[in-house]
Write a protein that binds this ligand. Structure first.
Ligand code: 0X9
Ligand code: ZN
Length: 297
């Protein structure tokens, strides 16, 4: 049925929402950029008033299957861009938004195993690779497993997973125009700076931290929720082969590249109650506005 952000949605509802939004807007187009291992469409929505000439914003969500809150807030953002408080941003940027980067895994969390993280490709006796360990930049250089049954299995080779490879292939068409790449995960309430493969700070570390801290302050002002900013390795663990590493590694002139971990800090974890979807979305929009203001000029 229709999605209203008071419940979590199945993949078919999300894709139906994208199609309806695109049908109702002269600026929005649904792009099928490939097929998953199990043959599902990989879809993004492109929102451009400019004929794809403006600075671009790329938002990736639900590359990890069990992180349901990420598609919920991302579809909320799409709705605000097309019919709500974010509409004026379409005069500044083109948006490319992937609400469910790992549709096979996402459906599996609904039908079979709520805690599933990976893709659903077949690797010997175990299924799936971690699509956020599979990108072809510093692949398998730390924090990834070569064991197919591991939850952080990096895949048989870089870009073995169509969910990562085909997203990267699409991204190559627009990467030089992207000013903000934002990978949305859950949970832990963090704004994470690249890189994941190394503890070394990026050259722009100070600017990245200032902007992330400003975004966290704006987020906190909405509902009192605290996010912490820092390097992936400092705040979490080494993790190579992630999307943000590939984006910043291949497109070093991108102004901002972050991963976020949304609510909460562990009380509900991945099983965040649906009555937290709208508050999570509203506070994330406050943070997003800080990022957008920063990359505007
Ligand atoms: O481990 C991950 O991939 C992310 N955390 S999660 O709990 N959502 O799985 C962190 C991703 C940080 N980004 C990169 N390592 N590139
Ligand atoms: Zn994740």
């Amino acid at each position: 049925g229709d999605i209203n952000w008071t419940n979590y949605f199945r993949l078919a509802d999300i894709y139906d929402f994208l199609d309806k939004k695109a049908a109702a807007s002269p600026y929005a187009t649904v792009v099928t950029y490939g097929k998953s291992s199990e043959g599902r469409d990989l879809k993004l929505i492109k929102i451009s008033k400019s004929g794809e000439t403006r600075p671009a914003i790329f938002i990736e969500a639900n590359i990890h299957a069990r992180e349901w809150i990420t598609n919920a807030v991302t579809t909320y953002i799409i709705n605000q861009l097309l019919t709500g408080t974010l509409q004026s941003r379409l005069d500044q940027f083109d948006f490319y938004i992937v609400p469910v980067a790992n549709p096979d895994g996402y459906e599996y969390t609904h039908t079979t195993d709520r805690a599933w993280r990976k893709t659903r490709s077949q690797v010997g006796s175990c299924r799936g690779a971690d699509p956020n360990r599979n990108w072809d930049y510093q692949w398998m250089t730390g924090g990834s497993s070569n064991q197919p049954c591991s939850d952080t299995y990096a895949g048989s080779k870089a870009f073995s997973e169509p969910e990562a490879r085909l997203l990267a292939d699409y991204y190559k068409n627009i990467g030089s125009r992207v000013r903000l790449y934002f990978a949305v995960h859950s949970y832990s309430q963090l704004f994470l700076l690249p890189f994941g493969y190394t503890a070394a700070r990026i050259p722009d570390y100070t600017r990245y931290m200032q902007v992330a801290n400003q975004a966290a302050a704006a987020l906190r002002a909405v509902n009192g929720i605290s996010f912490t900013s820092g390097n992936i390795v400092d705040l979490l663990y080494p993790a190579s082969g992630g999307s943000v590493d590939w984006v910043l590694g291949k497109y070093p002139s991108t102004r901002l590249v972050y991963a976020a971990e949304l609510r909460d800090t562990g009380r509900y974890g991945f099983n965040l109650p649906a009555n937290q979807i709208i508050p999570s979305a509203l506070e994330l929009i406050a943070a997003l506005n800080v990022f957008l203001d920063h990359v505007r000029t």
